[in-house]
Design a protein around this ligand. Sequence first.
Ligand SMILES: C[S@@+](CC[C@H](N)C(=O)[O-])C[C@H]1O[C@@H](n2cnc3c(N)ncnc32)[C@H](O)[C@@H]1O
Length: 223
Amino acid sequence: MFRHSRFAPSTEGRGAPADGRLRAAATARNKAPIAAVLADWLPAGGTVLELASGTGEHALHFAAAFPRLAWQPSDPDPRHRRSIEAYRRSEGGPNLLAPLDIDVTAPAWPLPGPVEAMICCNMIHIAPWTAAEGLFAGAARHLKAGGGLLLYGPFKRDGRHTAASNAAFDASLRAQNPAWGIRDLEAVTALAAAAGLAAPRIAAMPANNLSLWFEKRGGGSAP
Ligand SMILES: C[S@@+](CC[C@H](N)C(=O)[O-])C[C@H]1O[C@@H](n2cnc3c(N)ncnc32)[C@H](O)[C@@H]1O
């Protein structure tokens, strides 16, 4: 599934644990820069719902970085949920919750209540556009007013790639699945607006990625 992606989870290597913990080199590289922008954008308390958590390395790192937040990982892939749960049991603190089975395209997500924030890294380009639609529909349903969604990954701007490496990555994604591909920032922003989220704050990230913070309108604070 991840043959052409920058996310290639693996259990390979000397001393790899047998409990299902996966590793992805890109996730290990980008977790600290993403945590730095989250520190500026996340609320002081409440629950953060992570969609498409993958290996669980992000969830482990972010839960430790923000101990006052409850961190709720999720992924529809059972192999990934096993990895997330293995990290949680072996290394996680009390604020790292057990992973949920959430496919963002589902019309209802199994959550006990609304959340203060959401985060989704490196998913909408490695899934059909319906996943982006489902993500923002879910943000509209499940975010508290004034809460925010962090979206991380590569984006085109004004229909153009921002780097040759992103263009090559996009071509490899589309070769693997024609419904995949790097999304236009403007199209994503329009989708967010239709779901009641404000235009994003934008942070440039290493390796030609962006972090976007979409705030749900109605919280009384400026975007
Ligand atoms: C490239 S991995 C990114 C994992 C992690 N967020 C990271 O950045 O390391 C993409 C993830 O999206 C998940 N995914 C794919 N389609 C999805 C969907 N419809 N709803 C939720 N997650 C999905 C996959 O199971 C996988 O874990």
